[in-house]
Design a protein around this ligand. Structure first.
Ligand code: ZN
Length: 241
């Protein structure tokens, strides 16, 4: 295989994006009160699997099948739009014992919103998850982990806990399935919140392929169990603080 200059430079750009997003996942910025990137969990060697941007008809059922087969409970951060579109799948998520959180109504960048639009994204997302599942979400994850003090205050005022992540599978990226699995195995620590996607796309709301997420999940659960991890919901993990 011959590497052209264009191929090398695009690989370099991908490597830089993954490196920057990894740094940002670990360190974050802005005020941190009410924001959780991981649980304590050390004593019980806990970790949480989380899935964003669903539910999707293409991938969520397959992910639920794997979680059921492995007897693992996870957390799904639903967008209101997708919950309203796929109420049957959203209901299956909670019926099978998984936790649901709010991930805004339409997966916007929250830091650019004016007060009314910000409130609308949070409250419509909340209502859509409640309507679909009968569960009032108490956890919130801002799209792409982007928030500022205004966003944080709006969420805390509504009683939300903001859950980010400590390990990104980067399953939205061009990384191969083995590389995605390697990232999780390499970065996981007791207390980890692990980010996957069961729907969505990096830029828009839907249409991203998540075959790699489905492909790596079963093996990763086996690996984590073999390493002595107990997999819990994000809410349980946050409570372990
Ligand atoms: Zn998202």
């Amino acid at each position: 295989m011959v590497f052209t200059l264009a191929a090398i430079s695009s690989l370099l750009v991908i490597a830089i994006i993954v490196a920057i997003s990894s740094y940002y996942e670990y360190h974050g910025f802005g005020l941190q009160v009410g924001v959780f990137r991981h649980g304590a969990g050390q004593k019980r060697r806990l970790a949480a699997l989380t899935f964003d941007d669903g539910p999707s008809a293409a991938y969520t059922p397959a992910i639920l099948d794997i979680l059921a087969a492995k007897n693992v409970k996870a957390t799904f951060f639903l967008t209101g739009q997708m919950a309203a579109k796929h109420t049957d799948i959203a209901r299956r998520v909670t019926a099978e014992g998984h936790e649901v959180g709010n991930h805004t109504y339409s997966h916007v960048n929250m830091i650019f919103l004016k007060a009314a639009a910000l409130a609308d994204e949070i409250d419509r997302g909340h209502q859509a998850v409640l309507d679909a599942t009968g569960i009032k979400p108490v956890l919130f994850r801002p799209p792409r982990g982007l928030f500022n003090n205004t966003v944080r205050q709006a969420l805390l005022a509504r009683g939300y806990r903001i859950v980010l992540w400590s390990v990104s599978a980067a399953d939205w990226s061009v990384l191969s399935a083995p590389m995605i699995a390697w990232r999780v195995r390499h970065f996981v620590r007791p207390g980890a919140v692990i980010l996957f996607h069961d729907g969505g796309a990096l830029v828009n709301n839907a249409g991203g392929k998540r075959d790699k997420t489905v492909a790596v999940l079963s093996g990763l659960i086996d690996y984590l169990h073999a390493k002595g991890y107990t997999l819990v919901t994000a809410g349980e993990l946050v409570d372990s603080h």
